[in-house]
Structure formats: C-alpha cells, structure tokens
Design a protein around this ligand. Structure first.
Ligand SMILES: Cc1cc2nc3c(=O)[nH]c(=O)nc-3n(C[C@H](O)[C@H](O)[C@H](O)COP(=O)(O)OP(=O)(O)OC[C@H]3O[C@@H](n4cnc5c(N)ncnc54)[C@H](O)[C@@H]3O)c2cc1C
Length: 350
C-alpha cells in the first residue's frame, strides 16, 4: 500500500475543483482496501472513498483525513444464473463506460443505455445510476463490499441494496459503512436494445430495422455529447458533475400546485409518473424557467451552454463559487415554483 500525503483532489474529479487530501491511498486489491482502512482507524482519520470523481463537489479546504481511491480492476464473465443471464464480475475501479463497451461487444443487453456515463463501476450502485430508461438496479445481481462496521467482506443481494431513484443504502441509511469492491451484473445474451426513451426513439425515427446494441450505444453517446453529458477533453461544458440537481419527485397535490403556477405563466410543465401517487418533474425545466438559461455566467462558474442542469467550472473556479450559484438557483426556484431542488453531487469536506 502506497501512502501519499497532501494529494490534490481537483485533478481526480470531473469538476476539477477542491483542495487536497491529507492522506491518499490508491487500493488495487481488497487487501489494500483493508490495509488503508486499518491505517485510517489507527490514526483516527475520517475516511472518504473515491471512485472516478464524477459525482463530487470537494470543498476548497480539501479532505482532512484519508481518501481511499478504489482501483480494483478486471472484468470477468462467468456462467449464467438460473434465468439464463450472463454474469459479469467487474472490479469497482474499472471505468464504467469500458464495462458497458465490453458488455455491448459481448452482445449482452441491459446496460447499453448507460453508455457514456463517467465514473467507476463501484460508483454505479451508490446512486443507482440511470439514463435513457435504464438503471443499474435492473441488472445488478450482487455487490461485494468491505463492511467497515465489522471489517468483513460480504456480498449484498439487490434487495439488501435498497435501490430507488438515484438512491441506495450506500448514499442514504448506510452511507459511509461499505467500501464497494466488486459488482456483478446479470445481462441478457443476445437481448434487444432498450429503445423506449423519447430522445432515443427520435434518433432512430424512420429506421426500418431495429437498432442493435452497438448502434444504441453510439446513439446514446452521440445524444449525450450534444447535451454536454459526455466527457470530451477540452470541451469547457464538461468540467462538471453532470446534472447538478435531482429531478424533484412531488406528491399529487404539490404537482397540481406547480402545474397551476405553470399554467398561470402560460407554460406547459413537463412531468412523468414516478412512484405510486407521485410525479417526477424536470429540474432542468425549473432551472431554465427561473431565469438561468443555458450559458448563464456567474464569474468562473456558469450553466452549461448545452444543458441547463449542469453547473460548470469554466476554468479557475472555486468550490465556493459553485456553491454560491447553487444557492442562487435553489433560492429562485423555491421563490417562483415553491419546489426545493436537491443537489445530486456528493459534498466532500464540508
Ligand atoms: C458529464 C456527466 C454526466 C453524468 N451523467 C449521469 C447520468 O446520466 N446518470 C447518472 O446516474 N449519473 C450521471 N453522472 C454522475 C456520475 O457519473 C455517476 O453518479 C457515477 O456513477 C459516479 O461514479 P464515480 O466512480 O465517479 O463516483 P465518485 O464521484 O468518485 O463518488 C460518488 C459517491 O460514490 C461513492 N463511491 C464511489 N466509489 C465507491 C466505492 N467503490 N465504494 C463505496 N463508495 C463509493 C463515493 O464515496 C461518493 O459518495 C454524470 C456525471 C458527469 C460528470
């Protein structure tokens, strides 16, 4: 285990923001994870587990304890489960998009719509990553974790992970308890691509044959690039954590109230059925209709010119500036629409 000190965290995040880690370890095996945890315990240091850094906002002061970057690699296919699915074990430190590419090349369906999402395999169960109609909770067979409570490695079944919209036990009830070491996905060999989401349907409009997995993957990456939701080196709209706010899930009565406010302004509110008796509304719409258009500038930070939901570091920004813009957006949306926007990125070191 290589222990480093005062390691800048900004280059390890897609936002390119934040101060240093007091201590830093990159763990390439479960053994190194255990060693790093033991070190943090022995020194009474707070521990932060880092994946690909694509869903983080790190404080300007950095992290006062140990940052443990999980770098366990490897993708292995093993014989299928009882439902005829192909099982893939992927190390938590693998690039998520490399895993999707691997699955698509192996003609296995289930994650093709999640192409182009940055970050690591280990990051995907945490907020139950989802896009274009798919969520990892639909394909996760099990999650291997190191439990900090009793220092045991154990396997969690999907039910135990408590998946819901952008949530799991890993970012709610059991936050900070587990280090994810490996994830097993159950994919459908020879399965068809999932093309239900409006953007994807539009992309393939007029086509007579059904797009295959590889074509769907390319289409998703293409649509994402257009929205600044694909990391393209050199593109100033890419220094972000993706969507900064979650789509609010409202009760029927809250939704009705919001709809009345929209109608009074002559606007049509886009919304989708969510869980029982609730509706999900578009956070991007609320942001735009509160006066924050795409390309809106605020010092070194701003709104992506391609997507209203992404706050971007336009170069030389501080985390404090991002927080100031976040506060301004939340305040305006609450004032105009009476809806609280909840940030999606994990706040580190606050
Ligand atoms: C351009 C862009 C587009 C995006 N698009 C989407 C999208 O379409 N859908 C979506 O859901 N998300 C999206 N995201 C958000 C992000 O990519 C995902 O949430 C991703 O899964 C985060 O993984 P990560 O490895 O980067 O985690 P990090 O950002 O490093 O960490 C995020 C959280 O997960 C925890 N964590 C990470 N790895 C582990 C581990 N091994 N064990 C325990 N905890 C761990 C961290 O402690 C932290 O709490 C986007 C981000 C960007 C920048």
């Amino acid at each position: 285990m290589l222990l480093q000190e005062n390691v800048p965290l900004a280059p390890l995040t897609t936002f390119r923001l934040g101060g240093p880690a007091r201590f830093f370890v990159e763990a390439k095996s479960a053994g190194e994870v255990q060693e790093a945890v033991a070190f943090a315990r022995s020194k009474d240091l707070p521990l932060f587990v880092l994946g690909g850094g694509s869903n983080l906002l790190v404080a300007d002061g950095g992290w006062p304890g140990l940052v443990l970057k999980v770098a366990i690699s490897g993708i292995e296919r093993r014989s299928g489960n009882s439902e005829g699915k192909a099982l893939f074990d992927a190390g938590a430190g693998e690039s998520w998009d490399r895993f999707v590419s691997h699955a698509v090349r192996a003609q296995c369906a289930g994650v093709e719509c999640l192409s182009g999402i940055p970050g690591s395999v280990g990051g995907t169960p945490v907020q139950n990553v989802g896009a274009y109609g798919q969520e990892v909770s639909q394909t996760i067979e099990s999650v291997e974790v190191f439990d900090l409570q009793d220092a045991q490695v154990r396997e969690l079944c999907p039910e135990a992970c408590g998946f819901s919209y952008r949530a799991s036990i890993f970012n709610t009830t059991e936050r900070g308890r587990f280090v994810i070491l490996r994830v097993t996905y159950a994919l459908t060999p020879g399965g068809e691509a999932y093309i239900e989401y409006a953007d994807l349907k539009r992309h393939f409009e007029g086509r007579e044959t059904r797009p295959n997995l590889a074509e769907t993957r390319e289409a998703v990456r293409h649509i994402r690039a257009r929205k600044g939701m694909l990391i393209v080196p050199g593109d100033p709209d890419c220094q972000s954590a993706g969507s900064f706010f979650k789509n609010p899930v409202l009760s029927e009565s809250q939704h009705e109230d919001l709809q009345k406010r929209a109608t009074a302004k002559g606007l049509a509110l886009p919304s989708y059925p969510a869980l029982e008796k609730s509706r999900k509304v578009s956070a991007a719409w609320l942001v735009e209709k509160s006066g924050f258009a795409r390309g809106f500038g605020f010092g070194h930070v701003g709104i992506s010119s391609k997507h209203a939901l992404a706050i971007v570091n336009r170069g030389g920004a501080t985390t404090a500036e991002v927080l100031a813009l976040k506060d301004q957006i939340q305040h305006r949306v609450k004032e105009i629409w009476d809806v609280h926007l909840e940030p999606e990125p994990v706040m580190v070191g606050f």
